[in-house]
Structures are given as C-alpha cells and as structure tokens.
Design a protein around this ligand. Structure first.
Ligand code: NAG
Length: 718
C-alpha cells in the first residue's frame, strides 16, 4: 500500500515539475516587458548600471533642492500623545479635545449635524449639489455620478415607498439590506433615515442560517437585495416575518415563482421609488439618540449578536476622526473609492465622513481583483484599507524586485530616502524616488491618493512603513470594534513609528483593566482595553445578559483585547483575552493554549479541551487524523472503519499517550494535562455548526454537542 502511494507521488512530482517548467517558460515571456521597464529606469537616470547608485543619489539631491518639500509639525507632541487623567484608574483621553479631560467627549462637529440624516444634507449644501455617488457600467466605462440633490430625492422617494408598503416610520422598524456596495445601498440607508427606520446589513460570511436568524430576531419584513442569487439564498429558509424582497437587479422568473410559493413578493427598486414618489409621505427625521443601525457580528460563540448603534454614536465617531486629521481632514473636493463591505462599520464611517463634508464616493465595479482598474478610472484621493490589501501590494512589489539586483538596490535606496523624509514630517509623492520606483504602485491606485485609513486587523510593521513610503500619502492606522462604531484609537500624522495604534480618539477614553490570570496588570500599563464615550454602543439587540457582560456595571465597554500603554501615550495591542476557567482546586485553565500543544501530535486532527469549575481535571474530544490512524491500524493488523477504530481502546491509548508526551515537552503542568479523551470520527466543521466561518472552535456549541460524551468521561473519572 505504501509503495502504491509512493508511485502516485512520483507521478504527481513529475506532473508538478512539468507544470513548473511550463510556468517558467511562461514567466520568461512575462519577464521581457519587465526588462524594458528597467531600461526605462536606466535611461531616466542616465547612467550605466555600475554608476547607478551614485548617480541616483546625486540626481535625487538635485531634484530635492528643486522640489523643496516642507515638513509638517505634528499636532501633538510625539513623545506625549494622550492625556493621563489624574486618579487611580489611569484613564487616558485625546489631546485633540480639551473637554475630554473632564470626561466630556465629542458628540458632533457642527451643531446642525447630529444625525446621519443631517450629515447627508450638510454634504449637499457644502458641495453645492456636487457629485455624490459614482458607479461605472463595466470595466471600460467612465464613472457616472448621481449628484447630492438627486440622491436626496431618490432616497426620500425610496423611504416613502417603504412607508407605502406598510413599514412604520419609527426607530423600531428594521430594514434589511443584502448587497455589495453600490449607490442603491446608500439610497436605501438614507431612505430609511428619512423615516427614522433602522438599517440591518446582511452579508455572505454570516452564512444562510445566521441570515435567517437575524431576519427573525429583528422581525424584518423587507430586505433590499442585490440580485437573483442573493434572493435565492434568502428564499432557502425564509422566516415567516419576511414578506417582501426589493431587488436592485433583474431576477429570473423562476425566482419570482419560488418567492410567490413562499408567500413573498419580489419588487424592483425603481417600483418602490415610484410608489414613494406618488404617495410623497412626510419625512420623519430621526433623533440623535435613535438607533440608526444594527450591525450583526459573528463571534466564536453561538448566534450573531446585533450591535445597536445610535445616530449620535456614529456621528461622534466620524467627528473624532475628522478632528484628529487636522489639516489633512476630508473636504468636499475629496473622492473616495468604496470597495470594503458596507456591512462593516469601517467602510460605513469613511463614507459617512465623506458625505458629511460633501465629498464624492465612487463604488468599485464588484470584482476586487480588478480594483486597480476602478481606481485608475476614479482617481480617488481617500481610501480605507485593510491589511489584506496592503499585504498583497507589498508582496507584489517584493516579488517584482526579487529577480533583479538593480531593482532591489534602487528600491532599498528609495525606501531609505523616503523613510528619512517621513521621519522629518515630510509626506509627498513628487520626489525622484516616487517617479523612479513607486510610480507604478501609486498609479495602480489612481495616482491621487492623499489619505489612507487602515483598520480591521493588525498590520505588520514593515508593510505599514512600506505603504507610507511607497504611497507618499498620509497613512493612519486605527484600532476599534463594532461595539465602538469603529475607532477607539488612531495614529496621528507625524508619527512614523509602526507597531502601535495611536492615542484614544476624541469621542472616548480608554483604560486598561487587570487580567490577573494572564498576568497583565494596569499598574504595569497592561490589561484589558476598556472604553467609555459617545461612540460606545447601546447594547446587543434583545440580549440583555450579553450586553451586561460586555458593558460591565460601570458603563465601560470591555473589548476582550489586551493592550499596553507605550511611554509616549500610544496604545499597543498585545494579546486577546482568552477563554479561561478555574478548576475546583482553584487552578486557571486556558484551553486554547492546551489545544495548541496537543494539535502538534501527528494523530490529532482536531481537539476540543473542556473543563468545569466543579471538576478537578480536564478532558478532551479528539478528531483523529484519518490517514495516520488507518496506516497505524494496518501496520498493527487492526481492521475497521474510522468509527470502529475510534472506539478501539488501543487506538485511544496510543493517541492519549502521544498527547501527554507533547504536553510534557511543552511544559504543561499536571492539572493542564487531559485525564481522559473521547475519539470522534467526524471533523468539526462550519456545516455542522461547530466551527465559525473563520475556522475557530465554537466552544459553547462543542460543549453542548459533546455533552453526553463529556459527562461519560467525568463519570468514569470519579
Ligand atoms: C513611542 O514609544 C515607543 C516605546 O518606547 C518607542 O519605540 C517609539 O519610538 C515612540 N514613538 C515616537 C514617535 O517617539
């Protein structure tokens, strides 16, 4: 059997080699234009490769004198970026808002703009009915624009149409939206606000079960839906409360029929607009304290939780970021590219910021792989970004320069020159290095970018510095979570040092709270990041217990992230508060830590470690590695399917002994080692509800699912 396997491997190897050769010869063809690029560089510098370095420096300094960059002064002292509130709690606040010291936080920038309804109208005035929502019909077409007043009218008509369809104009009416970013998304949102309704975004990664859970929990009657396929996903398991789908694109007749069979009516977006225009219902603008959106987040535990955010929450969060941008703040001449999902608050906030100042938002045409085409056509000045995108650009540039010594040398010179400038507070993209080395990257993003806001996940230090150097625009990195709208902290202009997330923004204060079981203490400037302020959410929809757990008794939001204050008043995120429990003898157990050790065993494919505060030891559920176990069984003349093998005492002994060995090697204490295991033949998966879409264990579900086996193990242990 082994021999056979090897033969297959040989065959595969040959195939692979063949493929690699094919790829290589293809690569050769690819390389040729690259060479020509290189010649252009050389021609530009005007010297042979040997003298390149010196000539480069001379040319750069000559150019430097001509283009005369001006350094900018940072808006706060870089060695003292946040304010420490006197007192035992060591609370820190923003230096961009004086009253923050006294526990008052930014609520809005303009006294006539306190809701998202007001924000859009302010933008219309500021821009003097400028271009608002942009889209293109295909990759070769130019952008077309809906201007502010037209967008306002269409939004109002759509909202009026929702009222005509029977929705009540109050903040207890929830409207679902399930679509990629597009003008209709924003029209739906603003249309809902015209009648104080609440927007509930649905998105693919939630999964169909979660979508119907949300529709049911929020009692949603109407979902605005992008296209045929999304309609069908909702029609797979529609809750009773869902009575209408409003579609932006054509749907197939079969889908219409399918909907009808389930008692659901499908309407077109334009139909609702027409209906609304005809009825012309009177607007019912929201109050600042009204909820504007419920953002469902899928966690590792159980059903998605609906984060309720008020108009004031969102307006405050956006205001605090605009405030902190200083002279780099967004204006009506800014153009933003919209491609990150609007279902997430980072994108929502960036767009709302742009609408508040009267800028323009252009939507990508739907394919992230062709984002660069859209950016070249739109030439945005502002973009939000996530690490995934920046890593991709970084990797591409690295692989571009990897095959040429000259390119690498030029790149390194360019990086060090630009890093030097950034250190002195110079942000620009008109240096010689920008033209020589970074032109392609900059043009790939349209060539006009002046501000990038990075969020949603930690960004590696080298990628952040590369981004700052290569794009020559202000790059700020934020930290936050949906429960705080989006931002909690944000780096300030002028701080070029990566690996921290800046000081608190002006709408909140931050303190660190002891996590003794992980040995983080606030007196040592380490602990769980806790947030209080005008951006902190109103609670989880219909989940008072979870709300209490997260908001604490004192109104401080507990983020679950472990942070550390740097001496200059910036925050660094260092860890995540783990799932932890105490055993009956008082010892702390961090199951994820133990699982990460046991998974090293070759026999273990998946592992779930479980313990209870009433028990003195821990047990585990193991999904064995099929291949390895089958091979071992054959070698030891034990026959049977995986299920049979799982029930075999010798197999269990083998696996458990190996796990204990790994545990010893990694220094687990004896109470951290499992005392019994149960072998399960079927892997934990997203389908069987035991893993999250990001492949993390859903602990409460696993516990429930394996309750009988766990009880059985404990019964035998006592
Ligand atoms: C902030 O403090 C950290 C830690 O001491 C240091 O590494 C960093 O250089 C400081 N940042 C600035 C901008 O001075």
């Amino acid at each position: 059997m082994q021999k056979k396997k090897r033969q297959i491997n040989n065959q595969q190897l040959q195939q692979q080699q063949q493929q690699q050769q094919n790829a290589k010869s293809k690569n050769k063809k690819y390389q040729r234009p690259r060479r020509r690029d290189m010649d252009q560089y050389l021609h530009y510098i005007g010297g042979p490769a040997g003298a390149l370095a010196l000539t480069g420096v001379a040319a750069a300094s000559a150019y430097y004198l001509v283009s005369r960059p001006t350094p900018e002064k940072p808006l706060v002292p870089l060695d003292d970026q946040s304010h420490l509130v006197p007192g035992p709690e060591l609370v820190r606040t923003s230096k961009f808002y004086k009253e923050a010291k006294e526990g008052k936080f930014v609520r809005h920038l303009f006294s006539d703009t306190k809701t998202l309804y007001d924000s859009f109208r302010r933008g219309a005035k500021e821009s003097n009915n400028g271009p608002c929502l942009g889209w293109r019909d295909g990759h070769t077409k130019p952008y077309q624009w809906l201007h502010y007043n037209e967008a306002l009218l269409r939004a109002k008509n759509f909202g009026s149409g929702l009222v005509a369809l029977g929705l009540e104009a109050n903040p207890h009416t929830f409207v679902g939206i399930y679509s990629q970013n597009c003008p209709e998304w924003v029209l739906t949102e603003q249309g809902a606000y015209c009648y104080s309704m609440v927007i509930v975004p649905l998105y693919d990664t939630l999964g169909p079960d979660a979508c119907s859970y949300i529709i049911k929990q929020a009692n949603i009657n109407i979902v605005v839906c992008e296209d045929d396929s999304k309609c069908n996903l909702l029609l797979d398991r529609p809750p009773k409360c869902l009575t209408r789908l409003i579609t932006m694109k054509e749907v197939r007749p079969a889908t219409n029929q399918r909907a009808k069979n389930r008692g659901i009516e499908i309407l077109k977006f334009e139909e609702v607009e027409r209906l609304g225009a005809a009825q012309d219902n009177k607007e019912v603008p929201p109050k600042a304290s009204d909820v504007c959106t419920i953002c469902y987040t899928s966690g590792t535990t159980g059903n998605p939780k609906g984060v309720m955010l008020s108009h004031e929450n969102v307006v405050a969060a956006v205001a605090s970021v605009i405030l902190q941008l200083g002279d780099h703040k967004i204006t009506s001449s800014d153009v933003m590219i919209s491609f990150l999902p609007l279902a997430h608050m980072l994108e929502r906030c960036c767009e709302i910021g742009i609408y508040t100042v009267g800028g323009s938002v252009g939507f990508f045409s739907g394919d992230v792989k062709r984002l660069s085409d859209d950016m070249k056509a739109l030439k945005p000045t502002v973009t939000p970004a996530v690490p995934r995108l920046l890593n991709r650009i970084f990797d591409k540039v690295q692989s571009d320069i990897s095959n040429s010594f000259i390119k690498r040398t030029l790149y390194n010179m360019a990086m060090s020159s630009k890093e030097n400038e950034i250190r002195r507070g110079i942000i620009r993209r008109n240096s010689l290095w920008d033209k020589l080395v970074f032109r392609k990257v900059q043009e790939g993003m349209g060539g006009r970018l002046r501000l990038m806001i990075v969020g949603s996940a930690p960004l590696a230090a080298n990628v952040l510095t590369f981004t700052r150097c290569a794009l020559g625009c202000l790059v700020v990195e934020g930290y936050g979570q949906t429960e705080c709208v989006a931002p909690v902290t944000l780096t300030v202009q002028g701080d070029y040092i990566p690996e921290h997330v800046g000081p608190p923004v002006a709408c909140c204060s931050v303190k660190l709270v002891d996590v003794p079981e992980m040995e983080y203490f606030a007196v040592a400037n380490q602990g769980e990041v806790c947030v209080k302020g005008t951006n902190v959410f109103q609670g989880y929809f219909m989940e008072p217990d979870k709300t209490k757990e997260t908001l604490g008794k004192d109104g401080w939001l507990h983020t679950g992230d472990i942070g550390m204050w740097l001496p200059n008043g910036t925050l660094k995120i260092v860890d995540r508060k783990k799932h932890i429990f105490k055993l009956s003898q008082g010892e702390y157990i961090v199951p994820e830590k133990i699982e990460n050790i046991y998974i090293r065993s070759q026999y273990v494919q998946q592992v779930f470690v479980h313990g209870e505060s009433l028990k003195s030891c821990i047990v585990a559920v193991i999904v064995p590695d099929v291949e390895v176990i089958k091979q071992w069984a054959t070698e030891n003349h034990i026959a049977g399917t995986l299920s049979v093998l799982c029930a075999h005492p010798e197999v269990k002994r083998l696996i458990m002994d190996d796990m204990i060995l790994w545990g010893k090697e990694a220094g687990l204490k004896s109470f951290e080692q499992v005392k019994d295991i149960y072998l399960h033949p079927d892997p934990f998966s997203v389908q069987n509800g035991l893993l999250t879409p990001t492949m993390k264990s859903k602990r409460p579900q696993l516990k429930k699912y394996f309750k009988p086996q766990i009880e059985d193990m404990y019964a035998k242990l006592i």
